[in-house]
Design a protein around this ligand. Structure first.
Ligand SMILES: *[C@@H]1O[C@H](CO)[C@@H](O)[C@H](O)[C@H]1NC(C)=O
Ligand SMILES: *[C@@H]1O[C@H](CO)[C@@H](O)[C@H](O)[C@H]1NC(C)=O
Ligand SMILES: *[C@@H]1O[C@H](CO)[C@@H](O)[C@H](O)[C@H]1NC(C)=O
Ligand SMILES: *[C@@H]1O[C@H](CO)[C@@H](O)[C@H](O)[C@H]1NC(C)=O
Ligand SMILES: *[C@@H]1O[C@H](CO)[C@@H](O)[C@H](O)[C@H]1NC(C)=O
Ligand SMILES: *[C@@H]1O[C@H](CO)[C@@H](O)[C@H](O)[C@H]1NC(C)=O
Ligand SMILES: *[C@@H]1O[C@H](CO)[C@@H](O)[C@H](O)[C@H]1NC(C)=O
Length: 364
């Protein structure tokens, strides 16, 4: 992402405001936390989330466990990345997450750190990830000590979810971490049996990553800013979502906002991977953090004090190599525009949900 002076899309896309405020309930029920390659029956409590991570032994019958090289292990490497499961044989190796319920929506996250686990000092390992029979993404590992992540919002087409690593002849597939979080029926409804949402970016304006327990769905909100020419403001007060909020951004991710530093009236940013065929879904989150006592109205859209709002298009944007957005104060506004958080997803088409249990098992 970058910051540019020229806008090609007007910002006001779609606005949902209704209902009365309630805070989302926090719960970790149904989370699947697998530390891949951890010895059978071992588990531990993760420091930053207090979630218990388990060996992946019960979820997969193939592959081989390794510990990453000792010179790569350091306090900054999360424990989940210290072991990997590697798949030297078979073109398709699948995890079966039996905790899923058919028709329910899930956030799936996979993590990878090569860490020279096999001692072969590879500097280019590529393999594909699938969810069931559907392509998810190509993982490209080039730096041994980096963590690479993939995240998708997808609907279970059976009473389990399978995550498969596909050997495409460009290195041995491996995995460090696999997580599954159930989502409420009412959120991210664009993900359904015929399409999934692959995470492109999820950012907010604060200094540290926000995730569970601050976010009850354990989305990870990465710090983004302030960019040159932007300032951030923050509050310690809770931001409240409306009852029928379709995304339920957590208060911790909305407690920071960016605005132009020099009273200019625009905030500009762009997104894009350079491919005109990619289909994007953008969600922009807002909350007014300063009590304006009703005196400074900025039509047509003015965030309400300590209330979470969002704007998104009705569907996907496609056909361009990049999308430049501009938030502009309107003519009579006495205030600059603000933004609190942004999510960007790309669309993944699923084959229709005709697979049944035996089809899935045959493919593994
Ligand atoms: C949008 O931003 C990109 C990335 O910097 C830039 O190259 C491009 O010229 C901009 N497009 C328009 C139409 O402003
Ligand atoms: C984890 O649990 C400990 C002990 O109950 C508590 O002090 C700590 O705040 C918790 N951490 C998080 C991130 O919730
Ligand atoms: C939590 O993480 C810190 C830093 O990595 C480490 O020093 C500490 O031992 C960890 N605590 C637990 C209970 O694992
Ligand atoms: C999924 O959503 C898209 C767009 O809203 C819709 O066109 C499609 O029919 C939906 N598919 C299913 C299986 O509901
Ligand atoms: C201040 O605003 C002006 C007018 O919008 C803009 O041209 C300039 O780049 C801004 N300066 C900084 C430091 O962002
Ligand atoms: C701005 O205020 C003027 C004077 O009240 C009014 O005529 C004009 O329509 C307003 N413009 C907008 C965009 O609201
Ligand atoms: C499941 O798939 C098998 C093999 O393709 C087929 O014989 C069976 O009828 C299917 N069952 C259902 C309930 O669709």
């Amino acid at each position: 992402m970058g910051f540019h002076g020229q806008a090609i899309y007007a910002f006001i896309l779609h606005l949902f405001v209704s209902g009365t405020g309630v805070l989302a309930q926090s719960s970790n029920q149904g989370f699947v936390n697998l530390d891949c390659g951890l010895p059978r029956n071992e588990n531990y409590i993760d420091n930053s989330t207090n979630l218990t991570y388990y060996s992946d032994y019960e979820s997969i019958s193939t592959g081989k466990s390794y510990i990453i090289a000792t010179n790569v292990i350091s306090p900054s490497v999360p424990r989940q990345y210290e072991t990997v499961r590697s798949f030297p044989t078979g073109s398709r190796n699948c995890y079966t997450l039996e905790q899923a319920v058919q028709g329910e929506r899930y956030l799936l996250r996979a993590g990878f750190m090569y860490g020279n686990y096999d001692g072969s000092n590879s500097n280019a390992i590529l393999f594909d990830l699938h969810v069931g029979v559907n392509f998810w993404k190509t993982i490209e590992i080039t730096i041994s000590s980096y963590t690479y992540e993939a995240e998708i919002i997808t609907v279970a087409v059976a009473d389990f979810v399978s995550v498969c690593l596909i050997n495409t002849g460009r290195g041995i597939p491996f995995i460090s971490l696999l997580e599954m979080r159930p989502l409420k029926d009412s959120i991210y409804t664009l993900a359904n049996a015929s399409q999934s949402l692959d995470l492109y970016e999820r950012v907010y304006m604060g200094p540290y990553a926000v995730r569970y327990p601050s976010d009850p769905y354990d989305r990870v909100w990465q710090p983004w800013g302030p960019a040159p020419g932007w300032i951030t403001i923050s509050t310690k007060k809770s931001i409240v979502n409306y009852k029928d909020d379709e995304f339920e951004a957590p208060s911790a991710a909305l407690q920071f906002a960016a605005m132009p530093a020099n009273k200019s009236r625009e905030l500009n940013f762009d997104f894009g991977d350079g491919h005109t065929t990619t289909e994007y879904f953008f969600i922009f989150y807002f909350s007014e953090l300063v009590d304006l006592s009703g005196s400074n109205q900025a039509e047509p859209f003015s965030p309400t004090y300590l209330r979470g709002f969002y704007l998104h298009a009705n569907g996907f944007f496609t056909g361009r190599t990049s999308y430049n957005f501009s938030l502009q104060a309107t003519e009579n506004s006495t205030l600059p525009p603000i933004i609190n958080a942004i999510e960007v997803f790309t669309r993944l088409v699923s084959t229709e949900a005709t697979t049944n249990l035996s089809d899935e098992l045959l493919l593994q």
